[in-house]
Design a protein around this ligand. Structure first.
Ligand SMILES: [Zn+2]
Ligand SMILES: [Zn+2]
Length: 72
C-alpha cells in the first residue's frame, strides 16, 4: 500500500505555486500556503505554515481510520 503524503506548497496572492527561492528576484511574494493530499482531492490553505502542518496532520490521521475511496 502506497504511503499517503500531503505536500505543503507556498503560493502567491493569485494562488499560483511559488517555486522561487525565498526573496528571489521576480517572485511576487508568498501570501499563503496550500496543502494537497496524495490519496484524495483534499486541499487546504493557510497563511501560516505551522497552521497548515496541523491541518495536514489531522487529515493524514483521518486516512488511518477511513481509507481514501478508490477514484473511479
Ligand atoms: Zn514566488
Ligand atoms: Zn486525503
Amino acid at each position: 500500500m502506497a504511503r499517503i503524503t500531503a505536500t505543503i506548497t507556498p503560493v502567491h496572492a493569485d494562488e499560483s505555486a511559488c517555486t522561487h527561492k525565498p526573496r528571489e528576484t521576480g517572485c511576487a511574494g508568498r501570501s499563503a500556503y496550500l496543502v494537497t493530499c496524495s490519496a484524495c482531492t483534499w486541499t487546504d490553505t493557510s497563511t501560516t505554515q505551522a497552521e497548515l502542518a496541523d491541518a495536514r496532520d489531522r487529515h493524514l490521521r483521518s486516512h488511518l481510520t477511513q481509507p481514501a475511496p478508490v477514484s473511479a
